[in-house]
Design a protein around this ligand. Sequence first.
Ligand SMILES: C[S@@+](CC[C@H](N)C(=O)[O-])C[C@H]1O[C@@H](n2cnc3c(N)ncnc32)[C@H](O)[C@@H]1O
Length: 311
Amino acid sequence: MFPAWNPAQPEITDLLVQYDPGTLQRLPVRKQQLLDVFARFGNHRASRAVTALPENAGVLDDREIDALLLTVHWEMQRLAEEFYHGHRVWELLRPVVTSIRQAGVRETLRIVDLGCGIGYTTRWLAAKISLTDHNIEVVGMDFNSTLIAEANRLASAEGLPCRFLHGDALSGEHSSHILVSTGVIHHFRGDALLDFLRRHERRETQAFLHFDFQPWFLAPLGSLFFHQLRMRTAIARHDGVLSAARAHHARTLTEAARASVPGFATGIYGSRIWGTPLPRVFHTLIGLRPDLVPGLRRELGRHVARLGELR
Ligand SMILES: C[S@@+](CC[C@H](N)C(=O)[O-])C[C@H]1O[C@@H](n2cnc3c(N)ncnc32)[C@H](O)[C@@H]1O
């Protein structure tokens, strides 16, 4: 295996920005600390990308790092557009919303896009779906205040009826009926994955949908091809391929969910192409309250074949 594809290591963007977990205040990040991490994995590609990062006396320059992260997220948005990600989310979200309605919930449903980055999914939903007709509200949340400021700027430039909040989407302060995320869950591994899922167990939460890359032996190669073609920053190219290598298998996700949140029926949606053994690029960890399962199956129509066992 190439050192840059070793799934045991973190992605560069996981380390670029660090926060105080209580206040979410930015903490100084020493470049040498990052170089030491990638030296341990013999990952020269990551080390070269980190060496080139702007710094002041060995500490990464926050403003420059924010500008770089914005560029990376603009590039990721282009991929999301090309992969029709908004359509993918709504295909599953719509029947989930309907099944919650059929169970008798009348209030406005709050859908929180956890780790929204610059908010592509949230803005797509606000632009393409009549939120009033469905009586839903869409909110994007992220730990990173720069990404949230950019998401708010884009939503206001586009005149979209959605909001973006800086904060922890799983904290007690923010409630959600449905949690969605894209490209987030593989960042949580081992005990951190169990803890992340455990924090979904809230009285008002009816469902969660975590969209992420599906691992496959050719996925890092496919990702390498797309990232070389479409991404310009060394960091996006590096992390894009590593995230395909770090993506969780369906079994890891379902076992973690069943151990952490037994109050939800959980399974995988959309893992195979048209009933063939060929894997889709994305799969979704879905969890919903058990009484909603029959309604979801009905509402999925012919797409019910894409739904794995929910338990
Ligand atoms: C790879 S980025 C996701 C990008 C974005 N979803 C997209 O598709 O462009 C992962 C993000 O998740 C955020 N994050 C992780 N856990 C979170 C939580 N509990 N609440 C809010 N943001 C979270 C991190 O701050 C990070 O920006």
